[in-house]
Design a protein around this ligand. Structure first.
Ligand SMILES: CC(C)(COP(=O)(O)OP(=O)(O)OC[C@H]1O[C@@H](n2cnc3c(N)ncnc32)[C@H](O)[C@@H]1OP(=O)(O)O)[C@@H](O)C(=O)NCCC(=O)NCCS
Length: 169
């Protein structure tokens, strides 16, 4: 089964979601399980709170990259406009359904988000998460993230290529 999931995760197209996909997004977050949902949102989010948040979303400032297995949204990256040190940035938040974790979906989504928003568009990327979230911290570090406080919260920041070279010089 693990091998099957890896194959699905590696072979499916990463799709950009649209307002029509809100039911799939809400269902995805509802199926995460309480602990993972807490890690994802930094707060408890019940079904009503999820429905309200995603039913009233400002689609001009949010994007979603998803991997589906059939009609089920198994992995999701939510990309929201942010500000870092006074400049435009993107916040990334990842979630993978429990039975699909460890199959490489988080990494695929991270790779796509980095290509698109950091290498492609020059935005710094922010992932709010605590270092004790081992899989997320591991993923952020793997893509060149550095741990720092952003707006008083634990985060990993991935700088776009030129800024990262400048910071290293
Ligand atoms: C964090 C999360 C998105 C990772 O997604 P995933 O699809 O399971 O991750 P991947 O399978 O792509 O694995 C990514 C890396 O993390 C590593 N990893 C997985 N579990 C780990 C653990 N417990 N400790 C350390 N590393 C771990 C994997 O080995 C892999 O690294 P490698 O390729 O170097 O071996 C997923 O666990 C999740 O949805 N968690 C709940 C929500 C959450 O915490 N989101 C983060 C806040 S935004």
């Amino acid at each position: 089964m693990g091998h099957y999931r890896q194959q699905v995760v590696q072979s499916r197209r990463i799709r950009e979601l649209k307002p029509d996909d809100v039911p799939a997004i809400v269902l995805h977050y509802a199926m995460l399980g309480a602990e993972d949902r807490q890690s994802r949102f930094g707060a408890r989010m019940n079904f009503a709170a999820l429905s309200s948040r995603y039913g009233h979303l400002d689609w001009d400032h949010a994007r979603f990259l998803g991997i589906f297995s059939g009609r089920q949204l198994v992995a999701l990256a939510e990309v929201v406009d942010e500000v870092l040190d006074g400049r435009p940035a993107k916040e990334l938040a990842f979630s993978v359904l429990p039975s699909w974790q460890g199959a490489g979906a988080g990494e695929r989504l991270m790779e796509r988000a980095v290509e698109r928003f950091s290498k492609g568009a020059g935005f710094p990327l922010i992932v709010y998460t605590r270092p004790i979230n081992r899989p997320m911290a591991h993923l952020a570090l793997k893509f060149g993230g550095t741990a720092r406080l952003v707006n008083g919260e634990n985060a990993y920041v991935i700088l776009p290529p030129e800024a990262a070279e400048g910071a290293a010089a």
